[in-house]
Design a protein around this ligand. Structure first.
Ligand SMILES: *Cc1c(COP(=O)(O)O)cnc(C)c1O
Length: 354
């Protein structure tokens, strides 16, 4: 497949690196490619960033048949641009596609197209500490049809957004709320796919958590409401004694690449890391016994996010005196140093763009 490139004639002015928020500014170009039953994936092209025209009956709008990814490009001190484990994102995109009945894309071609788009937009990759270029590959169902079935046509697009440090106020612990009123995903459902409906399903619980003064919801399993799952845009880790524990993948937890990287680094360093079922009661008991040392989230946006407080029913537990702990700090430093090219890349995670 030949990738065509049409350059924008009206380049935007670039924002100040110091004032980047998250997901509000978009670059000059985007990638587009279309699928039809007869031609498969075809017409890959980089074009000026712009609207996608849609029939009001477009299936994605009505039934949510879509999948997406989220990763970042980083600028190193020497000005090179690099990605962190992008093949993992494309593999996961195809796994999500299989679950949502969307035709898979060619991962090698998709990686090359992504790199070409980022290379064209390289001046949009910010250089200030902790900033990056967020990459959002997305596939949506395009048939104009109100019947319920898998669409016969799709659009794959990639948009890019320069983003700032996730925590403008610094690397401080967050408060999370365990809800028993709602679940994010159920057994046999779509929890392990990166699909928009999972986010729609989580919004109400998220708003209630915010109203109660909590940053995020910590989800319990959808069957017994007993076992910890994840935070909804981050996976979750607990340090009990000297063991790092994260809930095992069970079909309803999103298999995070940051999660996978924390586990791989722990193994590389010969630290005790376990993936298993972990109940909220076990965490509360470990805390009462003084054995719960740290809790932290792991996801692309914030990398590592220390948790200082957890509320479950009437109980509120404070972890590590509401301070960032040494384990969270160590993994944050190690992963971000690899991402920004400040440290060796012992596990071969970095992919150069320029
Ligand atoms: C994307 C996502 C994560 C984190 O995955 P990363 O690959 O580490 O960014 C965790 N949970 C959910 C529901 C997600 O959508």
């Amino acid at each position: 497949m030949e990738l065509s490139i049409t350059r924008s004639k009206n380049l935007k002015s670039k924002p100040d690196d110091a004032n980047l928020g998250f997901g509000t500014i978009f670059t000059d170009h985007m990638f587009n490619m279309d699928y039809s039953l007869d031609d498969g994936w075809q017409a890959p092209r980089i074009e000026p960033y712009g609207s996608i025209e849609m029939d009001p009956a477009t299936m994605f709008l009505h039934y949510g048949q879509g999948v997406f990814e989220g990763l970042k490009a980083y600028r190193t001190d020497s000005g090179q641009i690099q990605l962190f484990r992008p093949q993992e994102n494309l593999k996961r995109l195809n796994r999500s596609c299989r679950r949502i009945c969307i035709p898979e894309i060619d991962e090698d071609f998709a990686l090359d197209a992504m790199k070409q788009l980022i290379a064209l937009e390289k001046d949009w990759v910010p250089g200030a500490p902790e900033t990056s270029l967020y990459i959002r590959p997305t596939i949506i169902a395009m048939d104009p049809f109100l019947g319920v079935r898998a669409s016969h046509t799709y659009r794959y697009f990639i948009i890019l957004s320069p983003v700032g440090a996730y925590y403008p106020g610094g690397f401080n612990p967050i408060k999370i709320l365990v809800t028993s009123d709602y679940v994010r995903a159920v057994r046999g459902g779509v929890g392990e796919a990166k699909t928009p409906g999972n986010y729609a399903a989580s919004l109400l619980a998220g708003e209630k958590a915010h109203d109660a003064g909590y940053t995020q919801v910590l989800w319990l399993d959808g069957v017994e409401q007993k076992y910890l799952e994840e935070v909804g845009a981050m996976n979750i880790f607990f340090v009990i004694d000297d063991e790092i524990i994260t809930p095992e993948l069970n079909g309803s937890i999103l298999p995070g690449i940051t999660r996978k990287s924390v586990i791989a680094l722990a193994k590389h360093w010969n630290e005790k890391v376990t993936e298993r079922k972990l109940s909220i009661d076990e965490v509360i008991d470990a805390h009462a016994a003084g054995r719960l040392k740290e809790v932290f989230g792991a996801g692309t946006a914030a990398v590592i996010s220390p948790v200082g407080q957890i509320k479950y029913g009437d109980q509120v537990i404070t972890i590590n005196d509401n301070q960032t702990g040494p384990v969270a700090q160590k993994y944050y430093n190690a992963i971000t140093d690899i991402q920004y090219g400040k440290a060796e890349d012992p596990l071969g995670w970095v992919e150069a763009v320029t």
